[in-house]
Design a protein. Structure first.
Length: 318
């Protein structure tokens, strides 16, 4: 096919040259623009088979991980129940004093994604969560069993010394604690077998558990051994408590007392350098650290604080 155009210059028709350099450039430019536009439209509004599979995988994973999230929420609720039971056991039964450690139940991913196949990861997470569910259920069952036993031993729990012997809510009355201290009178390093509470003379002293008054010993009695006015309570179940340096008594030997009942008042009798209560806990004939028997009314933070205070004082009051 031949194309012609009229030329005013030559006043005649001349042949039109279609494939000039200019025309080729214009044509190529238009073609490139159209190609780019077409690719943009295809990529925006149409999915390749690979992209379609990826989107299907994403939808699948979203649904699966939503179910996983619900299972995690359920597991966390059971762990909260375990935490509550744990608090009942370790704040009421004092047969074990070591720190309770809890494992962190963290979900993590293992392996690498291969060929865009997410099913292996989902399956792995489900397997691990199933194991978590089983472990939580077993632990919850065990703790519930212990809680039932704790409630069945109400008499024992009420007898075990479990509160501070004087009003010490702000912990500022805490004095020297368990361990080697400098004796204030002999000026030598001796083991301090109790916990001192600094308070004014006449401050009430409370029985730390249900008990029978075993001894009420006067300061003038040689058996006082420097404790001054002394009360010893027998709580049963192998437990006894000792309260020393009292100003006066509020009970008699053989009397039954309840936890929180006033048995005497703070003083400074015997080998004492100031008004305070020296408090001891005796289990199966051996003196033990009274710090371990203050869980009942202390939070973990307060418990740590009272240990810090008692350990920081290097000189005892008796």
């Amino acid at each position: 096919m031949k194309l012609y155009k009229y030329s005013k210059k030559y006043i005649s028709y001349i042949r039109y040259k279609l494939f000039t350099l200019k025309n080729v450039i214009i044509f190529s430019f238009i073609q490139v623009c159209l190609t780019i536009s077409l690719l943009f439209v295809l990529s925006t509004f149409y999915n390749t088979p690979k992209e379609k599979k990826l989107k299907e995988d994403i939808i699948y994973l979203v649904n699966e991980f939503d179910q996983v999230n619900q299972r995690i929420i359920s597991a966390e609720a059971q762990l909260e129940k375990i935490k509550e039971n744990d608090s009942i056991i370790y704040q009421s039964i004092f047969e074990t004093f070591e720190e309770v450690t809890r494992k962190n139940f963290n979900v993590y991913y293992e392996g690498k994604i291969k060929n865009n196949d997410y099913s292996d990861i989902v399956e792995n997470i489900n397997i691990r969560l199933t194991k978590l569910d089983e472990d939580v259920a077993k632990q919850l069952y065990n703790l519930n069993t212990l809680v039932r036993k704790a409630y069945n031993h109400a008499d024992m729990l009420s007898a075990i010394p479990a509160i501070q012997p004087i009003d010490n809510k702000n912990l500022k009355r805490t004095g020297s604690g368990w361990g080697y201290r400098i004796h204030p009178i002999y000026k030598i390093r001796r083991f301090h077998y109790g916990l001192d509470f600094v308070a004014n003379i006449g401050t009430p002293i409370y029985a730390t558990g249900n008990a029978r008054v075993q001894y009420v010993i006067n300061n003038l009695d040689k058996s006082s051994q420097g404790y001054g006015n002394l009360i010893i309570l027998d709580h049963g179940y192998g437990y006894k408590t000792l309260y020393a340096h009292l100003s006066k008594f509020n009970v008699k030997a053989g009397q039954e007392v309840k936890r929180g009942e006033i048995i005497g008042y703070v003083g400074s009798t015997g080998l004492s350098t100031g008004p305070h209560l020296h408090y001891e806990v005796i289990k199966n004939g051996r003196k033990v650290n009274p710090i371990h028997y203050l869980f009942y009314e202390l939070t973990p933070e307060e418990y740590a604080k009272i240990i810090e205070i008692s350990n920081s004082i290097k000189k005892s009051y008796d």
